[in-house]
Design a protein around this ligand. Structure first.
Ligand code: AMP
Ligand code: GLY
Length: 423
């Protein structure tokens, strides 16, 4: 097969709905399947029940569906080796091996690879004991940055001026990485790679804190927009040449080629561009905004990466204009989201569509919330201002009294103002 006609996507969030929608628009794709999926993915694909962490079950489903390509959305199946199981079954897979997914699964491993590849990142120390924690906190000073070494769904990082809070988090985590605080705005740049060749995507910005004005606790992400009118125009090229190529080569040299999406989380600091984190998969909700703008056929792009033929795939094509994704979360998120609350969605329009994440259909056919982040509402337009307006106008048409959203996604960038520090 040189084209992917049947694609199976693993996962059930807003990112997977965005992937399914975009892959279904690829003219060469005939069938899109999602497992387990959600009521939103059921509108553009066929859902199948599967435990996404069970590699054997995912591989069997791929064979039963005669899938040409499996795309693994979330990090947990990647870290659990589901991509390895799919490839062992002889099916092309977009998503790194368990060994390569440690770039996300272990902050200490990511730091080691960055050091070997000469990638600029925050200075850091791996700490296993309270004594090491105390020493590292004193060495770097406030604000303190303490990260759980393992996967923590966006909640493993504490950034605080309060030393006692930093110590408490470190003790609760066990093994932690403590690092230098990075100032400056945060940006995400995604790279698609087959382990050797790379296609870099346009920059996108996520809003990680739960509240307007970047207040409150960290979340998985409350909204995103792309492109970034205020960022240097060569930012993606810079990230490709200074960060991604070296990292991909280092992984290849370690015989753990990274085949999938390398998510580069950056801080544009006063001392230059530095990596905040690597992830081993598409970001959520950045993907919801990015894929609204991507014009290259996504099924074939991911298939070329999965089959080590990315070198034959042309440069990525993007729509002019902008996209803004606003997340609607369940009241109480991120601590204790209220679940099971009814939702009514308006039909999509030419400039706005809803992607579902934490949703379920009850026996009566009523759509209800079933997770912390419930919906992402994507607006597009010729300018960031129009895209933002399209997203928020559509948010206003959604009936979900138990939900909330940030009202300032892309606001400062749309006004052409200074860049926000955090988001
Ligand atoms: P991470 O899971 O490593 O992306 O961290 C989550 C969030 O914590 C990031 O998006 C930043 O907002 C913040 N953060 C992480 N590392 C640093 C750092 N070294 N300096 C400042 N903020 C950080
Ligand atoms: N939006 C941040 C992430 O996907 O990790």
């Amino acid at each position: 097969m040189t084209i992917a006609e049947t694609v199976l996507i693993i996962g059930s969030g807003g990112r997977e709905h965005a992937l399914a929608r975009a892959i279904a628009m690829d003219p060469q794709v005939v069938a899109v399947h999602v497992a387990p999926g959600n009521p939103g993915t059921a509108q553009c694909a066929t859902n199948h029940a599967v435990d996404p962490l069970d590699g054997a079950a995912v591989a069997l489903l791929a064979l039963q569906l005669s899938a040409d390509l499996v795309v693994i959305g979330p990090e947990a199946p990647l870290v659990a080796g589901v991509a390895d199981a799919v490839r062992q079954a002889g099916v092309a897979c977009f998503g790194p091996s368990a060994a390569a997914a440690r770039l996300e699964g272990s902050k200490a491993f990511a730091k080691e690879v960055m050091a070997a590849a000469g990638v600029a990142t925050a200075a850091s120390r791996v700490c296993d004991s309270p004594e090491q924690v105390a020493e590292a906190l004193d060495a770097f000073g406030a604000p303190y940055v303490v990260k759980d070494d393992g996967l923590a769904a966006g909640k493993g990082v504490v950034v605080t001026d309060d030393r006692a809070e930093a110590v408490t988090h470190a003790v609760a985590c066990g093994r932690v990485v403590i690092e230098e605080y990075l100032d400056g705005p945060e940006v995400s740049v995604f790279a698609i790679t087959d382990g050797h060749s790379v296609r870099i995507m346009q920059p996108v910005q996520d809003f990680k804190r739960v509240g307007d004005g970047d207040t409150g606790p960290n979340t998985g992400g409350m909204g995103a927009y792309t492109p970034l009118p205020w960022a240097p125009s060569d930012l993606s090229e810079f990230v490709l040449n200074r960060i991604v190529r070296g990292t991909v080569e280092e992984m290849e040299a370690r015989q753990m080629p990274f085949r999938g999406l390398l998510y580069v989380g950056l801080a544009l600091t006063s001392k230059g561009v530095k990596v905040v984190e690597f992830n081993a998969r598409f970001g959520d909700p950045e993907t919801q905004a990015l894929l609204a703008q991507l014009r290259s056929p996504l099924g074939q792009l991911l298939y070329a990466a999965a089959t080590k033929r990315l070198v034959d795939f042309g440069p990525l094509a993007w729509a002019d204009g902008s996209a803004v994704a606003t997340v609607i979360a369940a009241r109480g998120y991120p601590d204790r989201p209220e679940l099971g609350m009814p939702i009514e969605l308006p039909p999509d329009t030419a400039t706005a569509h809803v992607l579902q994440a934490g949703t379920t259909l009850d026996d009566a056919g009523v759509l209800r919330s079933s997770g912390g982040r419930v919906l992402s509402v994507v607006g597009t337009g010729d300018s960031l201002k129009e895209a933002r307006q399209a997203s928020y106008d559509h948010v206003a048409r959604i009936v979900f009294p138990a939900g909330f959203h940030r009202s300032d996604i892309a606001e400062r960038a749309a006004q052409g103002g200074a860049t926000p520090k955090e988001s």
